[in-house]
Design a protein around this ligand. Structure first.
Ligand code: ADP
Length: 480
């Protein structure tokens, strides 16, 4: 398939059931991060169009909310099937605008679709409660109702899954949703909207608006009609949006930055730990919020682990994600490359050694890199690198590594490899994170609750907990 021939490449925003240009006529070009080529353009919309999307979502709400959960489920299942049927085209679109290798993009499409399927089912299981009354003539009940009009602001690193993880539960619960995708990756979002129409999702129930992030964000946050915002992105922007939502007391789900520790104890299966580190560190060129950011290795296995990891990293192939055999695509932009470079230079200036890699390769490409002899004074210890750079720290005792692992404002994901069952239990309980991978480097799926604590955010996505974020509890007190 040639991308520009695909029905899925939409260059207009989708609001109120219509494909629209910006009122001003302005457009913004979108580029391929691997080649620098222009892919196409999307409308540069702002407050005016956002109000229009909010009005449409409000008008669409009563009829959508009134459907039975099973009726909504049937429509969502059609969306799920259409996403899967178009998996190859969606993956190509995603690789073209985001850069990840095609195989990873296909994986993301399946992952993205899984949220729609899961919540199509969960929507049918939104149970209430009956509570034994506090007085003889009282009957107490709890029902759950959709929160209403909702909004989502999403990042570029998972252009499809970060949308479906929000839209799946929202629509299944009976809410309507307006999505503002990341400026770098609007085409995957618009393709999902195209398939949503094909699936029979009514006008106004799901809209995708592109353009000025601040103007759109302000309008969504300040609107009293929008009752919930779900955001995935950086902690700084998350805090800003939370402040903007304060005046209307919106419900919030915030999935923010991470600084994941990955701990290898001396009783670990080292080959498994290396495999886990490869997935956790280098997937999506290190650009996931659950990527291992700090790798702590117990002294007695430090050299053996770093040798084995270096051997695996040498097998990675960097290049344009549509070419065969490529395992590592480009970073999203020049600034991302600069950040990796700056973290590397800072660490080396303070005594770290480059074990493998270490070079920017031109364009937005960076060599998969391992640093050894890293310590807590370096930027890599405190900041999210968001690139293919693995810093290896040394530690001696369990208590020491727990303290180091928790010494961060973030609390999204943590990983560790160990076999002693008491140690496993102790470390799992002590890590101050929303998610802990034990002897695995891959934890995300639709059936489990994804989310963080501390500066990593609020709320959970996926799983039976994910739909609760789109429901209000109503207590009924009946006097008989
Ligand atoms: P990243 O560094 O991963 O791009 P951001 O937090 O900057 O993370 O971006 C995540 C999403 O938040 C994107 O869709 C972006 O357009 C949006 N965004 C950034 N700044 C604002 C803002 N001031 N108001 C609303 N949305 C914003």
């Amino acid at each position: 398939m040639k991308l520009n021939q695909s029905e899925l490449l939409r260059e207009q925003a989708y609001i109120e059931g219509q494909w629209l240009d910006a009122d001003s006529g302005k457009k913004v070009n979108i580029f391929n991060p691997a080649t620098g080529e222009r892919i196409g353009s999307v409308p540069e919309m702002g407050a005016f169009e956002t109000h229009r999307a909010i009005d449409a979502a409000e008008r669409a709400l009563p009829a959508w909310r009134a459907l039975t959960a099973k009726e909504r489920s049937s429509i969502l299942k059609r969306w799920f099937e259409l996403i899967n049927q178009h998996a190859d085209d969606l993956a190509l679109l995603m690789t073209t605008e985001q850069g990840k290798p095609l195989a990873e993009a296909r994986g993301e499409v399946a992952y993205a679709a899984s949220f729609i399927e899961w919540f199509a089912e969960e929507g049918k299981r939104v149970y209430g409660d009956t509570i034994p009354g506090h007085q003889q003539d009282k009957r107490l009940l709890v029902i759950k109702q959709p929160v209403g009009v909702t909004a989502a602001i999403t990042p570029w690193n998972f252009p499809a899954a970060m949308i479906t993880r929000k839209a799946g539960p929202a629509l299944a619960a009976g809410c309507t949703m307006i999505v503002k995708p990341a400026p770098q990756t609007p085409f995957t979002a618009l393709a999902l909207a195209y398939l949503a129409i094909e699936a029979g999702i009514p006008p106004g129930v799901f809209s995708v608006i592109t353009g000025d992030a601040k103007a759109i964000g302000n309008t969504l946050c300040e609107s009293a009609v929008v009752r919930k915002l779900s955001f995935t992105g950086s902690t700084g922007v998350g805090i800003h949006l939370m402040q903007q939502c304060a005046a209307t007391l919106k419900k919030l789900s915030l999935e923010l930055g991470g600084n994941a520790p990955f701990i290898v104890f001396d009783d670990a299966d080292l080959d498994a730990a290396v495999e886990g580190a490869m997935i956790s560190k280098y997937r999506n060129a290190g650009q996931t919020c659950v990527c291992a950011n700090r790798i702590y290795v117990q002294s007695s296995v430090y050299d053996a682990f770093s040798e084995k990891l270096a051997a695996k990293v040498a097998e990675l192939k960097v290049g344009v994600g549509t070419e065969s055999g490529i395992t590592t695509g480009p970073l999203i932009d020049k600034n991302a490359v600069k950040k990796v470079q700056a973290h590397l230079e800072d660490a080396v200036s303070k005594g770290a050694r480059v074990k493998t890699g270490g070079r920017a390769l031109g364009g937005n490409f960076f060599e998969p890199t391992i640093l050894t002899e890293v310590n807590g004074s370096m930027r890599v210890a405190k900041e999210e690198t968001f690139g293919p750079l693995a810093p290896l720290f040394r530690f001696d005792s369990v208590d020491e590594v727990i303290a180091m692992a928790n010494d961060t404002e973030f609390g999204l994901a943590a990983y560790f490899y160990a076999r002693d069952i008491s140690r496993v239990w102790k470390v799992a309980e002590a890590l101050e994170y929303g998610m802990v991978g034990i002897n695995t480097g891959l934890i995300s799926n639709e059936v489990a609750p994804f989310g963080g604590i501390k500066a990593s955010g609020l709320g959970r996505e996926g799983s039976k907990y994910g739909i609760e974020e789109y429901l209000e509890i109503k207590y009924l007190c009946l006097s008989v």
